[in-house]
Every structure is written in structure tokens, then in C-alpha cells.
Write a protein that binds this ligand. Structure first.
Ligand code: CU
Length: 333
């Protein structure tokens, strides 16, 4: 579960650990006291010597060190638990600058999500798993698809909504289309299929300005291993009534334990930031009742590897702090 990589999971574990320790100590002591100091039982020999009287605090034979420890140890524990809880907040609310993060505007409408890309993304499925590798990108005039050892037979190239199909040269196990220039301004998707039309491999370029919509079945696509910042806005689904600014929604990624409101009329929007490290598809849900089809306001987020990269590096909790780590390493440690 990706939620296990979040700061909240670490805080949960630490709270659970200390709750169990404190619980064993408190309930243990309580049961011992209930048995030992109940009516009709002499808790210690020579009770008179210690001035112990059942039902009253032993004022004259008290233990100052123990009583100070009663106050100091729980105080230290509570202060420390407060600090780690606030530290996880700081970690979540430290918003990386636009240059340092991958930015997408998420617009909630009734009742679907729109994803407006503020940064370009070129991504590809893991070639070591699919045995297919697409070579295309800035400066390319030839589209190459290598399919050695795969069952691939067909390639569909979709550029700006226009689809073209190509058969793979089965003898060479590859496709080469010369004169096909890569244009960074166009939304391009290359999908590779086998003879039974099963999708084997996807390569995609999303230029700045791409708008994807959950109403059309699109997923929000985010690169792994780098900070992502979502600016969240609530808008009306059309401009017919300028006085209508939409309704409250909440963008919720239940598996990651993160959620943020979309507030109608709030021009600057709200912000959510995260750094995913596991590739995969995870659900998006609207967590604020927003009208008749609120329950249909669902979607998916895909965590993908940028073209030429992989998502294999799983550094867990350290991911949220990796940019500071790099800075301190650069400082000559
Ligand atoms: Cu909603």
C-alpha cells in the first residue's frame, strides 16, 4: 500500500508503540493497585510504620523521586509526540516551488475532474517488463519501436487526436517510421498491441496545456520519484450563469491518505503536494457531497516513469525529504 510510504504511517506506528507501552504500564499498575489496596487486605507488612492508610495518599512516606518522575516522564513523552505530529504536518505543507515540482491544475466540476497540465510529461511503460521500447522525442525525425522478445504485432500512433496504425516488421521485431517528426506541442500517444489486440505497451507525450477529463475516462498521469503539486479549483461546468461559481468538492486519494477541498469562488485555489514512488493506478474520489451525481465523481491517478526512467527506487519515507538531503550532500559531507 502506498499509504505505508507516507509520513502519517510513521507517526501512526510511533503513536501505536507508545500507546501500548503506556497502556501496559497504566492498566498493569491499576490492576495491581486494585488487588493490593482493596478493602480487607494489608498491602504491606507493618502498615503503621509506613503510615499507610487504605484510601488515602501516603503523605509521610512518599517517594519524591518517583513523584517527580510521574510528572517529568509523561511530559517529555507528550512534548515529543506533539513535535513528531507537527513535523509530519510541516512535511506535508512544505510546498515545493513551481520549478522544483510537476504541476497540474485539478478542476472539479459537476460531476467530473479536469486535469490541466502546467508542465509537459513524456512517459513510457517499463520496457524491461513489456519487452517493447519506443524511441521518439525532441529532435527525432524517425519513430522507432523495438519489440524483441515480445508478442507485439501492431502499433497505433495518435498525434493530436489523429490515429494511424502500423504493422510491426515481425522478422526484425521492430517498427521504423522515418519522416515522422516529434512535435513537443502536440499530445502524442503510441500504443503497442499483440495479434489479439491486447494492449502491451504505452508511450505518451503530454504537452503543456493538455486537458484530460475523468468524464472521458482519462486518468490523471503523474511521474514518480519527483514532487508533484496540484492546484485545486472548483468551477461551474459551463459559463451560462456567471453568478454560479460551482460547489464545494474534495479531491481525495484514499490509498495515500491525502485529501484537499476545492473551494468555489477561491480564485487562488487550494494546493496538494506529494511525491509518489510506486508505479500503478490508484483511485480518486470526491469526498465532499456536491450534488446529485457526487457518487459518480470518481477517477484514477496513474503513477508512471518518465521516458527513460524507472520507478524502482523505493526510498520510502525519505522521499519526502530527498531534496534537502541532496542539498546537505552538496554541502561537502
Ligand atoms: Cu464533487
Amino acid at each position: 500500500m502506498p499509504a505505508e510510504d507516507t509520513v502519517f504511517n510513521v507517526v501512526y506506528d510511533k503513536y501505536m508503540f507508545w500507546s501500548i507501552i503506556v497502556g501496559i504500564f497504566t492498566f498493569g499498575w491499576m490492576f495491581i493497585a486494585m488487588l493490593r489496596y482493596r478493602d480487607g487486605v494489608e498491602p504491606v507488612e507493618n502498615m503503621e510504620k509506613y503510615h499507610i492508610e487504605v484510601g488515602s495518599f501516603p503523605v509521610e512516606s512518599h517517594n519524591t523521586k518517583l513523584e517527580i518522575a510521574f510528572y517529568v516522564l509523561p511530559t517529555i513523552l507528550i512534548v515529543w509526540l506533539t513535535v513528531i505530529a507537527l513535523a509530519s504536518n510541516t512535511s506535508v505543507w512544505t510546498i515545493p516551488s513551481d520549478e522544483d515540482s510537476f504541476n497540474v491544475d485539478v478542476v472539479g466540476k459537476q460531476w467530473f475532474w479536469e486535469f490541466h497540465y502546467q508542465d509537459a510529461l513524456t512517459w513510457e511503460d517499463d520496457s524491461s517488463a513489456t519487452h517493447v521500447d519506443v524511441e521518439w522525442g525532441a529532435g527525432s525525425s524517425t519513430l522507432m519501436v523495438h519489440a524483441h522478445g515480445s508478442d507485439a504485432t501492431n502499433v497505433t500512433v495518435e498525434i493530436d487526436g489523429v490515429e494511424t496504425d502500423y504493422p510491426i516488421d515481425l522478422a526484425a521485431e521492430m517498427l521504423s517510421v522515418s519522416g515522422m517528426y516529434f512535435d513537443a506541442a502536440l499530445h502524442s500517444v503510441i500504443t503497442v498491441y499483440d495479434a489479439e489486440d491486447h494492449l502491451l505497451h504505452t508511450w505518451e507525450h503530454l504537452p503543456v496545456g493538455t486537458i484530460l477529463s475523468s468524464a472521458g475516462g482519462d486518468h490523471l498521469i503523474i511521474p514518480c520519484d519527483e514532487p508533484s503539486t496540484l492546484d485545486l479549483y472548483s468551477r461551474a461546468h459551463d459559463d451560462s450563469n456567471p453568478a454560479y461559481v460551482g460547489v464545494q468538492h474534495a479531491f481525495w486519494l484514499p490509498e495515500w491518505g491525502v485529501k484537499e477541498d476545492l473551494v468555489p469562488g477561491l480564485e487562488s485555489g487550494t494546493v496538494m503536494t506529494f511525491m509518489p514512488d510506486d508505479a500503478g493506478t490508484f483511485p480518486i474520489t470526491c469526498a465532499e457531497y456536491c450534488g446529485l451525481d457526487h457518487s459518480k465523481m470518481i477517477g484514477n491517478i496513474d503513477i508512471v516513469a518518465r521516458d527513460g526512467a524507472t520507478c524502482e527506487v523505493d526510498t520510502g519515507i525519505q522521499k519526502t525529504e530527498s531534496h534537502t538531503n541532496e542539498e546537505s550532500t552538496g554541502g561537502g559531507h
